[in-house]
Design a protein around this ligand. Structure first.
Ligand SMILES: NC(=O)C1=CN([C@@H]2O[C@H](COP(=O)(O)OP(=O)(O)OC[C@H]3O[C@@H](n4cnc5c(N)ncnc54)[C@H](O)[C@@H]3O)[C@@H](O)[C@H]2O)[C@H](O)CC1
Ligand SMILES: [K+]
Length: 479
């Protein structure tokens, strides 16, 4: 079962694996033709009613595989308005092959569409790209199709039906058979139609491994204001000063508008000294202690997200302070480094993404394995027990929340240098502001790994964590 959005992400991942969408369309169209051939006799008349998106594109391909039949490919709307290159190329191909086609300009032409003596209609007007009730001429076409005596085979989804919900806001095609691709869609479950799920050559890797399709959209409304795109609080520092500064700068480079650092006064000036882009708030004392938790909670509740852990150190007082903080925090937080140890014991209403390396995972009570597939199962099980999302760093990062597991393959052994984990925590914290935890963790691992690869291209094993900072935004462009 796969949703339309997830299908689009998997398509993009397949393209990044070297399986372009046009190849998928060829497989889709071939699968449709196979089902059609099973439903008609030689000499039967087959009309393919096509929209201007890739759903239509699938039928343009199918027409080529039905060349031996009496087919007519009907395009609703002018060929100039075909919306995607791969659909357009397949329309041009059947034109050049002089397969019979008709272009329907508007509603009146639709009424001329004679479907009375047609044996089978392929409904390829709309698939997962439908928005709202069918407009014209698709709405009239759907009614004409429904009134005909022909067998109706729908491409991917009956036109007008929402692939995720199975509902339609207006008229929808009433199909006898649906040929859907790669995996069934939630909205097909209750349809009164036979459903064929056709493999179209998308490998499991396109779902398993994090790819460009898993990245949250970088779109920003033009009328954005400061703070719209994330204000986060980093709780870190104590013996260390570099870690919270790396995390804060990484959060900015991953798109946050404002980053606050709450750190002990003993290191506050050092942390501020790393960057004018950070807003540093000094906490009394030399480490994070229970006495300052109240104040930090008051600030945290104003934020869109928190990143707790970088450079905190593991003093008993600090562990108690982290535990008290999590006990009172109900927002979204990344937990990293020395703060991880308390997570299994603490009862919190916060939504957490924990980013342990394998040693920290074991210290939390989790199990690991050298084989990444075994590790994935162990991490998924532990995430389910914890009730939080885990991002377990390693040559293959494992991201799991107990329901879904993704594996990230980007990165390089040169990233074992200190500080890259602080950068990762900042990237995940920035994404967690506006993205679901699993997606934020998977995309954070992917983007940080990409930045590490770019840094290693330039600096080899001499790369340092700060080299990742100004390469982070490049990852978003690798769509
Ligand atoms: N991996 C896969 O599953 C593959 C699926 N393929 C096929 O691609 C379609 C999705 O294609 P897309 O271009 O995104 O959208 P559609 O063709 O479904 O529809 C867009 C098209 O429809 C118009 N439109 C939108 N809403 C309405 C409306 N309410 N009334 C009228 N017209 C509407 C919009 O303007 C566009 O023109 C998927 O279903 C599969 O069939 C790929 O071929 C290969 C991989
Ligand atoms: K359809």
């Amino acid at each position: 079962m796969i949703t339309a959005d997830r299908m689009a992400a998997v398509d993009a991942n397949a393209a990044a694996l070297g399986i372009p969408r046009k190849q998928l369309m060829e497989s889709s169209g071939n699968a449709v033709a196979r089902v059609v051939r099973e439903s008609v006799d030689p000499g039967d008349r087959v009309v393919l009613v096509c929209g201007r998106g890739n759903n239509g594109g699938d039928a343009f391909v199918a027409a080529r595989f039905l060349d031996a039949y009496d087919t007519e490919t009907v395009l609703l709307g002018h060929p100039e308005r075909i919306g995607t290159e791969i659909a357009r190329e397949n329309w041009d191909a059947i034109q050049h092959a002089e397969l019979p086609t008709t272009v329907v300009g508007d509603t009146t032409d639709i009424a001329d569409l004679d479907l009375d003596d047609v044996d089978l209609i392929v409904d390829a007007m709309l698939g997962t790209g439908v928005t709202g009730a069918l407009r014209e001429p698709e709405a009239t076409a759907a009614r004409v199709i429904n009134e005909s005596e022909a067998t109706v085979v729908a491409v991917d989804v009956p036109s007008g039906v929402d692939a995720d919900t199975g509902t339609s806001e207006g008229v929808a095609v009433d199909a006898d058979h649906v040929v859907t691709f790669h995996d069934t869609k939630p909205g097909l479950a209750d349809l009164d139609a036979a459903v064929t799920v056709a493999e179209i050559g998308i490998p499991a890797a396109a779902e398993r491994f994090v790819g460009p399709g898993d990245l949250p959209s970088q779109h920003r409304a033009a009328a954005s204001h400061k703070g719209d795109h994330g204000e986060v609080l980093v709780i870190g520092g104590g013996p260390y000063t570099g870690a919270p500064a790396l995390t804060g700068q990484a959060a900015l480079r991953a798109g946050c508008d404002l980053v606050h650092i709450a750190c002990p006064e003993s290191v506050a000036r050092d942390v501020q000294g790393y960057s004018e882009n950070l807003i540093v708030h000094a906490l009394d004392g030399e480490r994070f202690t229970p006495s300052v938790v109240e104040g930090v909670l008051d600030r945290a509740v104003e934020m869109d997200g928190v990143i707790c852990g970088p450079g905190l150190g593991d003093h008993a007082e600090t562990r108690e302070a982290v535990s008290n903080f999590l006990g009172g925090f109900e927002g979204r937080a990344v937990i990293d480094a020395d703060a991880l140890g308390v997570v299994p014991e603490v009862d919190t209403d916060a939504t957490l993404v924990c980013t342990p390396h394998q040693g920290e995972l074991q210290a939390m009570g989790g199990e690991t394995a050298d084989d990444w597939e075994q590790r994935a199962d162990l991490v998924a099980e532990f995430a389910g027990e914890l009730g939080h999302t885990l991002l377990v760093k390693g040559p293959y990062d494992i991201v799991a929340d107990g329901e879904t597991t993704r594996v990230n393959r980007t990165g390089t052994p040169a990233m074992t240098v200190g500080g890259t984990g602080d950068v990762l925590a900042g990237v995940v914290g920035a994404l967690l502001v506006a993205t679901e935890p699993l997606t934020a963790a998977a995309a954070g691992a992917y983007l940080t790994g990409r930045a590490g690869e770019a840094a290693a291209d330039a600096r080899g094993n001499g790369l340092v964590a700060t080299d990742l900072l100004d390469r982070l935004s490049e990852g978003f462009d690798n769509e």
